[in-house]
Design a protein around this ligand. Structure first.
Ligand SMILES: [Zn+2]
Length: 253
């Protein structure tokens, strides 16, 4: 099986990684290696019981602990093949192996339900739109660009999804949450999930880039205006938007 490299992974890419590894569930880890300092030997001779995702986290579940993988900005993985660089963590099974690179590896002893709010994960069956709206209303001064990247509200949403959602719902990135009319707030929440599932589908078809309308684009397909690029928000992320059709609701900004 071949796998695609993840670059700046967002939630849907982690779901794809999980799907490519599902066949190892129920299988025993027969060898472990890698340059991660985590107590990785704990997985040796243990049966992999489940693989879960929470936003950008990939979670390997064993009997009384889990291994959390965070791909950070440049993390990659291979299933049944290797890269030339040393892996952070490598788990071998009787038939095949999982190799993880340039990622943070951590052993988690707590039950996952205690530390993860599954309702915040835009890809999860437990995703709760009303809970997300409530969280947003509690942060009225936050800019929408930052709110979409807030993993406690939209776990799994990254910079691409942020840019595409704001373009799709015609909301200017320089609005705060309080600036948004109620209908737009609802749209922000629902499209964060909808776009994430479109992302998943297109990524699997290798057509994700082709479907970008704002991210890295030069011209708005709705009005022909320029798509501008600015580094916005607390994390200074690349933000692509159209000043014509993406509305700035506050007159003060
Ligand atoms: Zn436009």
């Amino acid at each position: 099986m071949i796998t695609e490299k993840i670059i700046m992974p967002e939630g849907p890419s982690i779901v794809i990684a999980k799907q490519e590894m599902m066949h190892f569930i129920g299988k025993k880890v027969i060898a472990v290696s890698g340059n991660s300092k985590t107590d990785k030997e704990r997985v040796l001779n243990k049966k992999l019981l489940d693989i879960k995702t929470w936003g950008k986290h990939l979670l390997f579940c064993f009997d009384d602990f889990s291994i959390r993988i965070h791909f950070m900005m440049f993390g990659t993985y291979r299933v049944n093949s290797k890269k030339d660089t040393p892996p952070r963590l490598s788990m071998k099974f009787k038939k095949g192996e999982i190799n993880l690179y340039t990622c943070a590896v951590k052993v988690i002893d707590e039950p996952l339900d205690e530390i993860y709010d599954w309702s915040a994960d835009v890809m999860s069956e437990s995703w709760d739109q009303r809970a997300a709206k409530k969280k947003l209303k509690a942060m009225p001064e936050k800019f929408v660009t930052d709110a979409l990247l807030d993993q406690s509200v939209f776990s799994g949403v990254g910079n691409i999804i942020k840019n595409e959602v704001l373009y799709r719902i015609k909301v200017h990135p320089k609005n705060t949450i309080a600036d948004l009319p109620p209908g737009k707030l609802t749209k922000l929440v629902s499209e964060a999930r909808n776009y994430s599932f479109d992302f998943l589908k297109w990524k699997k078809e290798y057509t994700l880039r082709k479907h970008w309308l704002a991210h890295t684009k030069k011209t708005c397909i709705r009005d022909g205006d320029k798509i501008v690029k600015e580094y916005l928000g607390r994390s200074n992320r690349r933000t692509f938007f159209c000043n014509t059709c993406q509305i700035l609701f506050s007159v003060d900004r």
